[in-house]
Design a binder for this molecule. Structure first.
Ligand code: PXL
Length: 278
């Protein structure tokens, strides 16, 4: 059985980060270990007055304990991290646990729609860029990519611009990059992927649904990290991750008034299992 460790926060209510990654990765038949980096009462988008318990000190303690047991992971998958100190501890973790065959998957979850999430200062993206330099694959949206590359955020772009950003992202040090939430025409949205080792690009699009829910980035990343860990090629893994994310959004739209804090991804798990076995 494949084994992933995911390192990100627990948002107790709201469906994102670990409460999305753990059920999806487990459902895909992959063992999922976790390192919770902080505990929040809710995610930081759309809720006022959330609590935040910093578990930064625990990251290195958990790491040292695990080293005594020589634990091994097929994939190290990182998501939302709350501070520079957490990023430093995660980099130490990668240095200690990455083997030749380990996939290091970094989702630099910190911003969307041109803005950093609540709680991050303008220096944070440069630290996230340091973590990205350690990755085999990174999956930023355009906002996160723009912050890490220190270029202006724009919503009007063409294919050439996106390809250039992908090359620049790989210039940070990662081997492969996926830009998420890309829309060249109104009716479609999807991802563009670049492999700097083979210099190949691949794009995959699905419907552009005029609705946005928290945690959809985490859904995409968890399924992509899972599919790649299972040994699928990038094309198939990206297709499954995009299609599943779209399915969860469509599933939630009829209930969006009461369920605007996250998607009803749970009822889409049978669809996911069907896709990965097909
Ligand atoms: O989905 C990304 C995410 C993860 N964790 C926390 C967040 C967010 C997005 O807002 O607030 C705490």
């Amino acid at each position: 059985m494949k084994r992933i460790v995911t390192i990100q926060d627990i948002s107790c209510f709201g469906k994102c980060s670990i409460t999305v990654a753990l059920p999806l990765i487990s459902a895909m038949g992959i063992e999922c270990a976790i390192i919770p980096t902080s505990v929040l009462s809710t995610h930081t988008g759309g809720f006022e007055g959330f609590t935040f318990r910093d578990l930064s000190d625990d990251i290195s303690k958990i790491k040292e304990h695990w080293k005594k047991y020589n634990l091994e992971f097929d994939t190290i998958y990182t998501g939302y991290l709350g501070s520079k100190e957490q990023i430093d501890s995660v980099i130490d973790f990668i240095d200690d646990f990455k083997k030749e065959s380990t996939l290091v998957f970094v989702d630099p979850a910190m911003a969307d729609k041109g803005k950093l999430y609540t709680g991050f200062n303008s220096e944070f993206p440069s630290h996230m860029a340091r973590l990205c330099s350690k990755a085999d694959i990174i999956v930023p949206n355009i906002t996160e990519a723009s912050f890490m590359l220190d270029i202006p955020y724009t919503e009007s772009y063409d294919e050439e611009y996106i390809k250039d950003i992908l090359k620049k992202l790989c210039g940070l040090g990662c081997k492969k990059a996926v830009l998420t939430g890309i829309s060249f025409e109104k009716s479609t949205q999807g991802v563009v992927y670049y492999n700097s080792e083979t210099e190949e690009y691949y794009s995959y699009f699905n419907e552009n649904i005029p609705a946005s829910f928290h945690g959809t980035g985490d859904t995409f990343s968890s399924v992509l990290a899972g599919a790649l860990s299972l040994g699928m090629n990038h094309e198939k893994a990206l297709q499954i991750a995009v299609d599943f994310t779209v399915k969860t959004i469509k599933e939630t739209i009829p209930y969006r008034e009461k369920h605007n804090y996250g998607t009803m991804f749970e009822s889409c798990i049978p669809y996911l299992l069907d896709k990965i076995s097909g």
